[in-house]
Design a protein around this ligand. Sequence first.
Ligand SMILES: [Zn+2]
Length: 76
Amino acid sequence: MQTNKNAQCKKCLNKFYQKDIYTIQQFQYKKEPKYKWSVNFFKKLEIDEWDSFCEECITDYSKKLDNAWNNQKTNI
Ligand SMILES: [Zn+2]
């Protein structure tokens, strides 16, 4: 069993446990925006579905995603 902190957050570069990894794939459970929209949004930030993030950074990205989504809705 691997107990070392051998995973690394792509954003803050902190080390953490493999089991605590978050990826943008969790956003597919969001009601909106649609996951495809989210993936495109993160592609622009050079983040793909396999990048690892800690909980703090994924929460931050979640907020960014919601903001971008709300902004583009009001721009229609
Ligand atoms: Zn992080």
